[in-house]
Design a protein around this ligand. Structure first.
Ligand code: FAD
Ligand code: GLY
Length: 354
């Protein structure tokens, strides 16, 4: 494409914003249409950069995740230098405690894991340490991306829903939106859990409930946790500002809003079992969000059936982690028509539905 080419990104979550910025830096005129910036899963996430703690098996997905984790420090620095907003990137490492003995090659025995982290629950018998995994403050990242995109001249239209993608003869002709018709030379679909409302892609919402507590003010100078704990059906993510994020449920309940007593109860019980002193910490917030889940839990990236529509969706549990690599691969594909080998495993054609 040539400098000044017009691109519409549908969806202004972490993936839409990151991709829009990359394309703008290459010279595109980019507009983002976003039904609700506030509703994006990017705000709801825990911000873990955790290919190893998430136990992603060896293969294309792990390669993609590791490549993105490698890009993170420089990518965040770039976004922060454009926006002036710190995104709270922290290579804190992730400790993965277990309640049953597993004895792998990098297994920490009972004594080693309790030495590494004081205050773990008594029933922790060992675990794994993943020093290269880490975290970003995903809410701060969302702010940083939004401001960076706007200061580069990306037009971000919040509150605009795309209702229909009109197609003819293998091309998108225009979009119908809540604000009238809009068109561009190229379109990128980055609508996360809502993607099936526009195209017959096999993406469903997988709800996650979350809560946060605050480290009591007299303990802020010496935070009780300085690494993420990724336990069994629970994770505990300490932020440097004294918040501790606790997540998450994983529920097939459609787009059902709100926290439930059962969801929050499960989080509190599991968190206290893993790190008992949390029981005295004040609750700060509760919230929920919708992960975009595909049947094989891999994202859908790259070309679609229409020559001028590219797909960047279905990032499920790892969209914060995968934002830098997705933005890079999609921008290279759209702008330079260069399809990186990494993309080949993530085509929509593996489902053959459209
Ligand atoms: P979203 O961030 O959901 O953004 C999609 C946007 O598209 C929304 O703003 C929506 O309003 C807009 N949109 C939808 N339909 C339309 C339409 N028709 N027209 C216009 N706009 C539209 N990932 C990690 O890497 N690490 C984590 O620790 C982590 N923890 C998580 C915890 C929870 C509880 C949840 C829910 C998710 C978590 N994730 C995590 C996953 C991550 O948040 C998602 O994979 C990621 O946010 C997906 O990004 P996205 O931009 O595709 O979608
Ligand atoms: N990656 C953490 C979650 O999706 O809950």
């Amino acid at each position: 494409m040539q400098s000044g080419s017009e691109i519409i990104v549908i969806g202004g979550g972490v993936i839409g914003l990151a991709t829009a910025i990359e394309l703008r830096l290459l010279g595109a005129e980019v507009t983002i249409l976003c039904q609700s910036f506030k509703a994006a899963a990017g705000h709801a996430a825990a911000g873990m950069l955790a290919p190893q703690a998430e136990q992603i098996p060896a293969g294309a997905m792990l390669d993609l995740c590791l490549a993105s984790r490698d890009l993170y420090p420089k990518w965040v620095q770039k976004i922060e230098s454009i926006s002036g907003v710190d995104a709270g990137y922290w290579q804190s490492g992730i400790l993965a405690p277990r309640y049953t003995d597993e004895q792998g090659s990098d297994w920490l025995d009972t004594r080693s894991i309790h030495d590494r982290q004081a205050g773990l629950g008594e029933s922790v018998v060992g675990g794994y340490w993943h020093p290269a995994d880490g975290q970003v403050d995903n809410r701060a990242l969302m702010r940083s991306l939004l401001i960076a995109s706007q200061s580069l001249g990306v037009k971000f239209q919040d509150g605009v829903e795309v209702t229909t993608i009109h197609r003819s003869q293998g091309r998108v002709t225009h979009l119908e939106t809540s604000q009238g018709e809009m068109s561009a030379q190229h379109y990128i679909l980055a609508t996360g859990a809502w993607s099936q409302q526009l195209l017959p892609l096999p993406i469903v919402p997988r709800k996650g409930q979350m809560l946060s507590v605050l480290v009591p003010s007299d303990r802020r100078d010496n935070l009780p946790l300085r690494q993420v704990l990724f336990g069994e059906e629970i994770y505990i993510v300490p932020r440097q500002d004294g918040r501790i994020i606790i997540g998450a449920t994983s529920e097939y309940v459609g787009f059902a809003a709100h926290n439930t007593l059962q969801g929050v109860d499960r989080l509190m019980t599991n968190a206290i079992r893993l790190f008992p002193s949390l029981r005295d910490f004040p609750i700060h917030e509760t919230w929920w969000g919708f992960r975009p889940a595909t049947p094989d839990e891999l994202p859908i990236l790259g070309a679609s059936n229409d020559a001028n529509l590219t797909l960047a969706t279905g990032h499920y549990r790892n969209g914060i982690l995968l934002a830098p690599i997705t933005a890079k691969l999609i921008a290279d594909l759209v702008w330079h028509q260069q399809a990186d080998n990494l993309l080949s495993s993530f085509s929509w054609q593996r489902f053959e539905l459209i």
